[in-house]
Design a protein around this ligand. Sequence first.
Ligand code: RB5
Length: 157
Amino acid sequence: MDRKLKIALGADHAGFPLKETIRGYLLSKGYEVEDHGASSAQSVDYPDFAERVAKRVASGSADSGVLICGTGLGMELAANKVSGIRATPCNDTLSAQFARSHNNANVLTLGARLVDEATARKILDVWFSTAFEGGRHERRIEKIAAIDQREHRERKP
Ligand code: RB5
């Protein structure tokens, strides 16, 4: 039997209600879900949750990440600071399709102020059913990784 895909999930206060419904949806689809908070709609700072989820994905402890804030943009900016992360804001299904097939994105960020629950479910369906195409896109992903490595190496003392 195939191993269940493990998804690290996180949100700030703006994304909290959508995270709660998304967690149930992902579980109903048979995925394993790690919920890294927030645990209420009380105001918090999105970088804290982005970092937790991104580190789980970058270390290989989780297969994929889903981060939700008001727009998906703050989560994307913060998650992409973690080496090895390719986080993309996808508030429509076409973005989700290309983020996976061309960019091999490993963290999906969603904007709870931009998508309703039904749209979020469709985006998740596309995200998790779309494979990376490889080929010419592989070379481009390798170039992103090379920038990542150069930048991290140069910043270390
Ligand atoms: C919080 O108000 C909001 O700034 C945050 O959820 C997110 O949209 C940031 O990008």
